[in-house]
Design a protein around this ligand. Structure first.
Ligand code: ATR
Length: 277
């Protein structure tokens, strides 16, 4: 069979997903295509979805600005995606559209593949910086994987409080409090857009002290080495780059579509080379 996959969003002309899924198809010896379907926000989304339904597509990814909007067009939604309120992957099977969110689980998989000891370390103290859409996916995936002690720090504290609702073992703090207590955490995860190109000289908080053996992760991948990661590195921490989340959320989606887990050997370095030009 020849699989047909795609990506909807706007703007997506420069998306790396076609390259990543092309690699997965090669690595699993499956036949298929992955197309970009850019949907201008000024056209009728409903009409575009009707067109997509009439195509013989096996699955598609959804990116900004349609991750929430797609939910109304699904026949079913996975529990995790429902909790997050956003869908980035749709499986089209027997005429039904089933929505998933692979961002958070992909992130946790990328983290555990770089730091296998984290698979056992469920008691680790985690600081999540940011409480937006990306943080939400990562927070719920961390909880689902059994991590208990997640502290969420956000500029608007209300959003952090809302995120940890129903998780009494988790805490919500301000960015200032986070900055003053960074040495209490084993793992710090940066999920906001602060520090993204062209604002490479910005960091959501400054790191001046870290726990010995701390891991600092940033989901931004442009640039790969953000200001926050530079500071972490200079303090002796292990660092985790954002492009690996992109790879592993895609691997998760590919598995949902094909039941095959593509091997990731060297893909990390290859993507790093592409991003660094
Ligand atoms: P995404 O879906 O990419 O996570 P989002 O939902 O808009 O994007 O969330 C952006 C996150 O970055 C939020 O946590 C936001 O903080 P607020 O909730 O207070 O807005 C955070 N953020 C964005 N710009 C920021 C800045 N200059 N300083 C601190 N936090 C910032």
């Amino acid at each position: 069979m020849t699989y047909q996959f795609g990506l909807i969003g706007y703007p997506i002309k420069h998306s790396l997903s076609p390259w990543i899924h092309g690699e997965f198809l090669k690595r699993t010896n499956l036949q298929g295509t992955y197309s970009i379907v850019e949907i201008d926000p000024n056209v009728s989304f409903e009409e575009e979805m009707r067109k997509l339904r009439s195509m013989n597509i096996n699955g598609f990814n959804i990116t900004v600005p349609y991750k929430e909007k797609i939910i109304d067009f699904l026949d079913d939604i996975d529990e995790q995606a429902k909790k997050i309120g956003a869908v980035n992957t749709v499986l089209c099977k027997s005429g039904k559209w089933i929505g998933y969110n692979t961002d958070g689980n992909g992130y946790v998989r990328s983290l555990q593949s770089s730091f296998p000891s984290l698979k056992e370390g469920k008691e680790k103290k985690i600081l999540l910086l940011g409480a937006g859409g990306a943080a939400k996916g990562i927070f719920h995936a961390l909880i689902q994987h059994g991590y208990q002690h997640v502290t969420v720090a956000n500029r608007s504290i209300d959003k952090a409080i809302l995120l940890i609702e129903n998780h009494p073992q988790c805490k919500a703090i301000t960015l200032k409090e986070a900055e003053q207590t960074t040495d209490q955490f084993d793992l710090i995860i940066q999920t906001s857009s602060v520090g993204m190109k062209p604002h490479v000289d910005q960091a959501i908080i400054h790191l001046t002290k870290l726990k010995e053996d701390a891991i600092v992760s940033d989901i931004i991948y442009q640039p790969l080495l953000t200001k926050l990661l530079k500071e972490a590195e200079s303090l002796g921490a292990s660092i985790h780059f954002g492009h690996t989340m992109l790879l592993y959320q895609a691997q998760y989606a590919f598995e949902i579509w094909t039941d095959k887990r593509p091997p990731m050997d060297d893909l990390d370095t290859e993507l790093q080379n592409i991003l660094e030009g």
